[in-house]
Design a protein around this ligand. Structure first.
Ligand SMILES: Cc1ncc(COP(=O)(O)O)c(C=O)c1O
Length: 402
């Protein structure tokens, strides 16, 4: 038989989804599973989008959309950016199939096979999978829970840059840590990018979802006009408008060459979905109050989860400033085995909890072994229950794995 490619062989499993079969087996046996493994909130679709879904039910034709994106949505994205004090033209935007496609296209547009990108670790695990698709090396800069996963010194960041480095990737607010990088941290990244002639790719899927009066800055708020062409924003409506399944994202950049490549890539894949672009545009045009509202609800959810878990396990957990994730260090040796065991063996009144093992969010071997990533996307009462279940599970596992 012909062999699969080396790239295919090295394609990683998603740490967020790799335990799904075990969860399905548990559910088939009647076990209730609290899902903390995936950033898929249980909020209802915003009313304006529901209205658009109703309207669209009478379509007779379903054509391809424009490759760059439907005019209506491009204008809506421009308006949203204008509302947060970012001025761009519609030619600076390309609509993509989620932030996921935006990341793949961006990597393909700025990197050749074997080139390197700097990422801050722990990082959004799928960066590794996307980099694999385009044969790009992920070079991690280690972040530390002790300072809330904020940036390390500039010397440490610089030490990871080689002649093959093409870009520094920053996720702000961050998944999986929930950290919101400050203005001066973003300025530092821009400074290092400038010194080394690099792009800065800013993944802003969670922009605006912040807590305790923290502000999240887009790279486009901060980068000076002289360096604006280094900046590429990867954006997504999945979380901000709570429409993960619509698969709508964007690339925003004032670099004409980058946008020309992105538009050619977009033409090659014809278009992204037509209906979904139409149903989200009216909400995006006027969405700041919705984002504020969900941010407040996530803050309550964060507290509903972290408080009981800290108390039950007698540990201190980093309180994230934004997004809806946190990394948690548990008193277990192997969080991969623990996460699987929670699904296969652990039950408390017919219930268990599903988490994402931490190791998949790191490229450095050995890191994240005793960590999990939690997405606090359930109702507060469910999160409290899930936190207690998780703590009980960790204690029980500690005993049997000694
Ligand atoms: C940081 C980050 N970037 C990008 C994505 C991709 O999201 P989507 O493809 O749904 O837009 C996610 C999804 O969880 C994410 O957390």
């Amino acid at each position: 038989m012909p062999e699969i490619s080396k790239r295919g062989e090295q394609s990683p499993f998603s740490p967020i989804r790799k335990l799904v079969d075990f969860a399905d087996e548990a559910k088939a046996k009647g076990v209730k599973v609290y899902h903390l493994n995936i950033g898929q909130p249980d909020f209802k679709v915003p009313p304006k989008i529901r209205e658009e879904i109703k309207k669209i039910s009478s379509v007779d034709y379903l054509p391809y959309a424009n490759s760059q994106g439907e005019k209506e949505l491009l204008l809506a994205w421009q308006k949203y950016l204008q509302d947060i004090d970012i001025q761009v033209e519609t030619k600076d935007i390309a609509i993509t199939t989620g932030g996921s496609e935006a990341l793949i296209m961006t990597m393909a547009a700025i990197c050749d096979p074997g080139d390197e990108i700097i990422v801050f670790e722990p990082y959004y695990a799928n960066y590794f999978g996307f980099a694999n698709l385009v044969s790009v090396e992920v070079v991690p800069v280690e972040l530390d829970s002790k300072n809330g996963y904020h940036l390390p010194s500039e010397e440490i960041i610089r030490s990871k840059i080689s002649s093959r480095t093409r870009a520094i990737f920053i996720t702000n607010p961050n998944n999986p840590t929930g950290t919101v990088f400050t203005k001066s941290e973003i300025e530092l990244i821009i400074k290092i990018a400038k010194e080394n002639n690099l792009f800065v790719v800013s993944d802003e899927a969670y922009l605006g979802i912040t807590f305790d009066h923290t502000t999240s800055y887009s790279i486009l708020h901060i980068i000076p006009e002289t360096d604006i062409k280094r900046a590429i924003v990867v954006d997504s409506l999945s979380k901000r408008l709570n429409v993960c399944g619509a698969r709508i994202g964007a690339i925003v950049s004032k670099n004409e060459e980058v946008m020309s490549v992105v538009n050619r890539q977009a033409q090659a894949r014809l278009s992204t979905s037509t209906i979904e672009q139409r149903i989200v545009a009216p909400q995006l045009k006027d969405c700041l109050s919705y984002i504020e509202e969900i941010a407040e609800r996530y803050q309550n959810r964060r507290d509903a989860f972290i408080g009981p878990l800290e108390k039950e396990l007698n540990i201190k957990i980093h309180r994230p400033e934004g997004a809806f994730y946190t990394m948690v260090e548990l008193p277990v040796k192997d969080a991969d085995e623990f996460a699987k065991w929670l699904l296969t063996d652990f039950r408390e009144n017919g219930e268990t909890v599903m988490v994402a093992p931490g190791s998949g969010f790191y490229a450095t071997p050995g890191r994240g072994k005793n960590e999990i990533r939690v997405a606090y996307v359930l109702k507060e009462e469910d999160l409290e229950k899930a936190a207690i279940l998780l703590a009980k599970g960790a204690k029980a596992y500690q005993k049997i794995s000694r």
